[in-house]
Design a protein around this ligand. Structure first.
Ligand SMILES: [Ca+2]
Ligand SMILES: [Ca+2]
Length: 266
């Protein structure tokens, strides 16, 4: 009931401005959305943050359609920013991926321009279960993607090699960094080792090509937010995680740069 009344409020509030501010409505990938179409959307979550850069809090709404006969899958996810002073609004797709489970947004000044960006995350579901990530700026109420999300969402690349005595190596190709690790549970590779822990076959490991989670954290306390990424290193199947790779990205010269990486056996 509360969500419904908020949506009605939004529709009423925005309808008044629609006629005079129609030019401010922006949407990517779906063409323009008229105000009637918004009636089909639910509000998943609502926030108050300044994302336009005038030091006045704006209203940020995460909108989506429910897919019939499913509990949690959302489709046509949208982010709506209503300017705190003028009530002009823009509506933006999260990127090339706009449907999935448990969509979330969080806020942080990642590009160090003094204005918070929006990090949007949407889980894919399925056995890979990666999470789509994108970072959007709404500075001056103009939405744009500040990262190359197609490239970013492929994740980092690794070569995973098993060794005797339940040891294995994970080599990250972006930083050319090698991690020596030990399986926390030998039964994760039931056919790869003999009873003494020596390799009996040439089984190799792999990784999920994408992150399953990211977080905005000021890791080095320099007041610029870093993006922390989590990616699964796997054994013989997608559900067989043997390690988590935790990357720290900083936004520099118009792109996210990988600054540090650790890999931990799980
Ligand atoms: Ca910023
Ligand atoms: Ca920082």
């Amino acid at each position: 009931m509360k969500i419904k009344s908020i949506l009605i409020f939004l529709l009423n509030a925005t309808f008044c401005f629609n006629l005079i501010n129609f030019h401010s409505l922006a949407s990517e990938n779906t063409g323009s959305i008229d105000i009637d179409a918004l009636k089909n959307y639910s509000i998943i979550s609502e926030y108050s943050e300044d994302v336009t850069g005038d030091n006045i809090e704006d209203r940020i709404l995460l909108l989506a359609m429910n897919i019939e006969n499913t509990n949690n899958i959302k489709s046509s996810i949208k982010i709506c920013v209503v300017d705190g002073i003028t009530s002009k609004y823009v509506i933006k797709c999260p990127g090339y991926f706009d449907s999935g489970y448990d969509p979330k947004i969080s806020f942080g000044d990642i590009n160090n321009d003094g204005v918070k960006e929006i990090l949007v995350s949407i889980n894919s579901g399925g056995s890979c279960n990666f999470s789509f990530q994108n970072i959007l700026s709404f500075k001056d109420l103009i939405p744009y993607e500040i990262i190359d999300s197609k490239k970013f969402n492929r994740g980092l690349n690794y070569i995973v090699t098993l060794k005797d005595n339940y040891y294995y190596e994970v080599k990250n190709l972006e930083l050319n960094k090698l991690f020596g690790l030990k399986l926390t549970n030998p039964y994760k590779y039931p056919n790869a080792y003999d009873s003494k822990g020596n390799l009996t076959s040439s089984v190799i490991g792999s990784y999920i090509p994408g992150y399953y989670k990211t977080e905005l954290v000021d890791v080095d306390t320099d007041r610029i937010i870093e993006l922390v990424t989590y990616q699964k290193i796997i054994g013989f199947s997608n559900n067989n995680t043997i390690a988590i790779a935790e990357g720290i990205f900083k936004y520099e010269n118009g792109a996210l740069r990988l600054k540090d990486l650790k890999v931990i056996s799980v």
